[in-house]
Design a protein around this ligand. Structure first.
Ligand SMILES: NC(=O)c1ccc[n+]([C@@H]2O[C@H](COP(=O)([O-])OP(=O)(O)OC[C@H]3O[C@@H](n4cnc5c(N)ncnc54)[C@H](O)[C@@H]3O)[C@@H](O)[C@H]2O)c1
Length: 395
């Protein structure tokens, strides 16, 4: 291995950890030259079987069983943090102190206090700090962002975003870290963070929210008897524990531009495995995306011939961002989805570290991640005050 290789590690070998592990494997197969060889150094997880399995399958040199081993390894340059949200802050702070570049999963932290501390640490750091808002790397969402920026939709009039999932519908599902933490750390923090970030990518910063509603449909769950990966079912005890956060949330938002938007998120929406969807309307056009059909989007604009007016299905291909150079087979209509988005996210992170000549758009910063957490906490305060309007502090 060249001594100029960039050494990467992944902390957390669970559901999303393996997506990061797979992502780094492919960063030098996509887009232009410019990255040095990437050394897949280590995967850390106290679940030793999971860590070893992930290291073997994704070609990492070794499995380690604590994040501290990664922080203390002087040969490791860049690290993804892919563990429960309460652990993001201590791990990020230790990695930054050790001079390592950090790509932290969303939401930025388990609490607003932690997120503020991480944003402050970012300001003092001279390493790259990034947040894993993976949907920024969707070719279809990025194409919609370009339509908005080009003015193709005219003046924006309405945003609608939802992230409806069904992973918490079954009351026999174990009480994992996702169900712990205060209001805002449930569906809002878990999936809502993604759609809030996507909304702000398309329409600019949110400055206030109102009409907040939080609801929990299943208020206790059985304790797991062992390790659980992601949303998987697992052996559980007869004993139950309280669900501490929301299954469902709704709110309205005002963007800095004056645009208004409506949002709803849920982890108890039956039949919706991964339903992030959004629509942007303007005076002269509209665009819509649904993650259940990730390789296409709907586009409509003013067309001179009334006989052919109407929405059209745009199949993403080399005309869309990320597509050219981002797929082995660069032909329109070959599909694409979640796994590629993680590759592009990892590639963008390493582009930022190396300063490649033709980089992908940079990742969200810790400051961006803090702003999304401020939106989430404003929704919580709105819900606690009968839906009152609550300003979102600029971060
Ligand atoms: N960007 C996305 O699309 C996306 C998707 C899913 C999850 N996520 C985020 O990724 C993070 C992890 O979510 P997940 O679904 O993979 O969780 P998970 O529960 O499947 O996996 C978390 C892993 O962390 C490990 N872990 C616990 N303590 C640890 C420690 N001290 N050191 C190292 N590892 C430790 C656990 O053993 C587990 O294997 C969360 O922040 C979540 O919000 C992002």
């Amino acid at each position: 291995m060249s001594r100029h290789a960039l050494s990467v590690a992944v902390i957390g070998a669970g559901m999303a950890g393996r997506s990061h592990a797979a992502g780094y494997r492919q960063v030098n197969t996509v887009f232009g030259a410019g990255l040095p060889p990437v050394r897949l150094a280590a995967i850390a997880d106290p679940n030793t079987a999971l860590a070893e399995d992930a290291a073997r399958r994704y070609g990492y040199e070794k499995a380690v069983y604590s994040w501290e081993e990664v922080a203390e390894d002087p040969t490791i340059d860049a690290v993804s943090i892919v563990v429960g949200n309460d652990l993001h802050r201590p791990i990020a702070e230790a990695l930054i102190a050790a001079g390592k570049h950090v790509l932290c999963e969303k939401p930025l932290a388990g609490s607003l206090e932690d997120a503020r501390a991480m944003a402050a640490a970012e300001q003092a750091a001279d390493v790259v700090t990034a947040v894993g808002y993976t949907f920024r790397r969707s070719p279809a969402i990025a194409a919609i962002r370009d339509h908005v920026r080009d003015g193709a939709l005219g003046e924006l009039t309405l945003f609608s975003g939802r992230y409806w999932c069904d992973y918490a519908c079954d009351p026999r599902g174990p009480l994992t870290w996702r169900f712990r933490g205060g209001p805002g750390s449930g569906a809002l923090g878990d999936v809502g963070a993604h759609v809030i970030d996507a909304a702000q990518l398309l329409c600019g910063p949110i400055v206030s929210v109102s009409g907040g509603i939080l609801a929990t449909q299943i208020d206790k769950r059985p304790l797991p008897l062992g390790a659980v990966v992601g949303h998987a079912m697992a052996p559980v005890s007869q004993e139950t524990g309280a669900v501490e956060n929301e299954d469902t949330a709704m709110f309205s938002a005002r963007f800095r531009s004056g645009l208004s938007g409506s949002f709803s998120v849920s982890r108890t929406a039956f039949g919706m495995p991964n339903g992030l969807a959004l629509d942007v309307y303007g005076l002269a056009g509209r665009a819509g995306f649904d993650q259940h059909r990730p390789a296409e989007y709907v586009f409509d604009d003013t067309q001179p011939d009334p006989r052919t007016r109407g929405a059209r299905q745009v199949i993403v291909g080399p005309q869309a961002p990320y597509f050219a150079g981002g797929y082995p087979m660069e032909a329109p209509g070959v599909g694409g989805g979640n796994a590629e988005m993680f590759v592009y996210q990892c590639r963008a992170f390493l582009d930022q570290i190396v300063g490649t000549p033709d980089p992908l758009p940079p990742n969200a910063t810790f400051a961006d991640g803090l702003h999304t957490m401020e939106v989430i906490q404003a929704v919580v305060r709105s819900a606690q005050s009968d839906g009152a309007a609550v300003p979102v502090p600029a971060s």
